[in-house]
Design a protein around this ligand. Structure first.
Ligand code: ASP
Length: 177
């Protein structure tokens, strides 16, 4: 059995929803381009020796700058439908705050008892020196420890959905107010 074994529909598992972002990009040595293949989340959890039960589901593998309203709606409905009440979403950093806001502003009864944490990386995990492993571990812990709500976890910090933005000049997440 893999350590990060997938436990389907176990309400005590953390539901991980994969959406792509730099976190999961690969480098094509021949073309010099970044592209998507499969998620690295299983491998990252194994390398991190995670003992947390997770159910990993890939919703999409896209750059968040290409995310449409339909894509965001899929994330929302997947959170509503999840049997787990602890959810971690991997997401591109450029529009992570936007998706967090959509989930927060949904004021959905199905989300009321859920702790949802979005995280990502500025450098692809596949580059070998990514912030993704650190962010994934922190987000997994935040998802289990925080009370119900929608959060963004990056660089060891955690922000509420209604008070976070990515500072495009510094590349860091910060509060708005
Ligand atoms: N453009 C990427 C995205 O938002 C940037 C990142 O993930 O850091 O998907």
């Amino acid at each position: 059995m893999r350590e990060a074994e997938i436990l389907m529909a176990n309400p005590n598992s953390v539901q991980i929803l994969v959406t792509g972002g730099t976190f999961d990009k690969e480098y094509d040595e021949l073309t010099g381009r970044l592209f998507f293949r499969n998620t690295h989340v299983h491998e990252m959890l194994r390398l991190g020796r995670s003992k947390v039960s997770v159910d990993i589901r890939s919703l999409m593998m896209i750059d968040s700058l290409d995310m449409t309203a339909q894509d965001r709606n899929l994330i929302l409905t997947s959170c509503k439908d999840a049997t787990a009440d602890r959810i971690l979403i991997t997401h591109g950093t450029d529009t992570m705050a936007e998706t967090a806001r959509l989930l927060g502003e949904a004021h959905s009864a199905e989300l009321r008892n859920k702790t949802i944490v979005l995280t990502g990386a500025m450098i692809p995990y596949a580059f070998g020196s990514s912030d993704g492993l650190f962010n994934l571990g922190a987000a997994l812990a935040f998802a289990q420890a925080l009370s119900p709500g929608i959060y963004v976890a990056m660089n060891g910090k955690v922000f509420g959905w209604d008070n976070v933005r990515k500072n495009k000049a510094t590349g860091e997440f910060e509060t708005v107010r």
